[in-house]
Design a protein around this ligand. Structure first.
Ligand code: FAD
Length: 429
């Protein structure tokens, strides 16, 4: 077998990314991985990145990526589709690059995981055996948390919190609504996928309405009392959209307890009704279903892991990355999932080569567009400590300045587009 040596592995890690460049190997009793079998469930930001970097770190691995979709539609930039600034095909990514690299891509679902037998049973009837399994299934929804909410009614009330057909449904509802109507967006309580996402959505919807249906409103009924980049969003809203966007805090009637889907009406905890022309109720969330079925979650509904390696604390041969994992201070974002995918790949290759993995570092930046030429961001670098897990490095990153001028916001909008191009190329390219 033509396995890589330690020096080559370190070079590859160094070439992999900002994150990976901080990973080196402190000890080495090198053993070849003998074509170890690694199966990855989920080809989103976490899984697709992990598969690519596993192959890069050790080309001899036998890697299989299990993902039902032929093309992955990203949530990042799906808000721009809602606002009419992007088409669906520009946020859809194939797995051709993975296949070309020699990664086996199976377009089916993992039906059942057998941790004791180290097997994954697939929906197509086949079974995969693994030495290491990576699970990156994203999120599932807590339908039962809001009375009347149901997974059967997404055509009428699309949450569009996964990129795909619901993005199109919601866009069509926006284009069909009358001028003078109200779009209600109801974000869930923490923790949930993409903390700034609902507020970028409100911005992109307002941008569309301002140009096409200027008498309309966006009403945000929030389960929370504060939200990510709040002062920056609110400043931008006022500047770009006047009073078109109204935000209602959780303790001022924002928390939704009941929905009447046919009547497109949300009821808050006080019993007050809010009817909308378009209603975007974003359900509370938990780890993807397969993680629950495989016994990878704890009572929080998310997956506890060793945050240095992303090995599950329930089943150490299974790694959980991305939104499904409990990753300390890191937010549930595509960038975070990508970063975790690389750390996890390095941890697996280190373990298979019987080398010691030193402390990794992790990175995240969340850009949001408030308008087409108005970008804002929050960034941080994270490290790991045994007593606190993944923590934010003091003084790293930060949010965009409150007093920035129009040129600065325009530059950040450009960086937002650049970020999208580079992260999707890093993940699927
Ligand atoms: P996903 O990317 O969702 O991938 C999970 C994959 O697993 C899916 O493809 C699914 O088909 C597959 N899967 C599930 N179950 C199985 C199974 N049983 N068998 C096989 N496959 C399975 N993040 C950013 O960093 N920047 C942004 O600007 C940003 N904008 C966002 C905007 C919106 C509107 C939303 C909703 C999210 C946004 N995010 C953003 C967050 C980002 O989309 C998620 O954090 C990211 O997708 C998480 O990656 P993941 O791998 O955990 O899950």
């Amino acid at each position: 077998m033509n396995s890589i040596n330690r020096r080559q592995f370190i070079q590859l890690l160094g070439g992999g990314s900002v994150l990976a460049s901080s990973i080196g190997l402190v000890a080495c009793s090198k053993q070849p991985s003998a074509s170890a079998r690694v199966v990855i469930v989920g080809g989103g930001f976490g899984g697709a990145t992990c598969a690519k970097y596993l192959q890069r770190f050790d080309p001899d691995l036998d890697i299989t990526l299990v993902e039902p979709k032929q093309k992955f539609v990203t949530c990042p930039f799906s808000n721009l589709v809602l606002g009419g600034m992007r088409e669906m095909n520009s946020i859809s990514h194939s797995y051709d690059a993975h296949t070309k690299r020699g990664i086996k891509v199976l377009h089916t679902s993992a039906r059942e995981i057998d941790p004791a037998g180290k097997k994954v049973h697939l929906a197509n009837g086949k079974t995969l055996e693994y030495d290491r399994l990576v699970v990156s299934p994203g999120i599932d929804f807590r339908w039962e948390d809001v009375e009347g909410m149901s997974s059967d009614d997404v055509e009428k009330l699309p949450h569009a919190w996964n990129g795909g057909p619901q993005t199109v449904t919601l866009r069509n509802q926006l284009t069909a609504m009358p001028d003078g109507g109200t779009v209600i967006i109801a974000p869930p309580a923490n923790p949930f996928r993409c903390p700034p996402g609902p507020y970028e959505r409100a911005s992109m919807v307002a941008n569309y309405l301002k140009q096409n249906k200027p008498r309309s409103k966006v009403l945000i009924l929030d389960a929370k009392t504060k939200f990510s980049k709040q002062p920056l969003f609110m400043q931008g809203w006022e500047q770009l959209y006047g009073d078109m966007i109204e935000w209602v805090s959780g303790d001022a009637g924002g928390r939704i307890s009941r929905v009447d889907i046919a009547g497109k009406t949300l009821y808050n905890e006080l019993g007050e009704a809010h009817a909308g022309s378009v209603v975007n109720l974003i359900p509370p969330q938990k780890a993807g279903k397969i993680a629950h079925d495989a016994g990878l979650v704890d009572s929080s509904g998310w997956c506890p892991v060793d945050q240095r390696t992303f090995a599950s604390t329930q089943h150490p041969d299974i790694h959980v990355i991305g939104d499904a994992s409990l990753a300390g201070a890191m937010p549930k974002s595509g960038f975070a999932a990508n970063s975790q995918g690389k750390v996890c790949a390095a941890a697996i290759v280190s373990a298979l080569h019987n080398t010691t993995m030193p402390e990794p570092s992790y990175v995240n930046t969340c850009y949001s567009l408030v308008g087409p030429d108005y970008g804002i961001s929050v960034a941080a670098v994270y490290r790991y400590a045994e007593d606190q897990g993944i923590y934010k490095v003091d003084g790293s990153g930060g949010v965009s300045p409150a007093d920035a001028d129009a040129e600065f916001r325009q530059k950040e909008a450009r960086y937002t587009r650049g970020w999208y191009a580079s992260i999707t190329s890093d993940t699927w390219g």
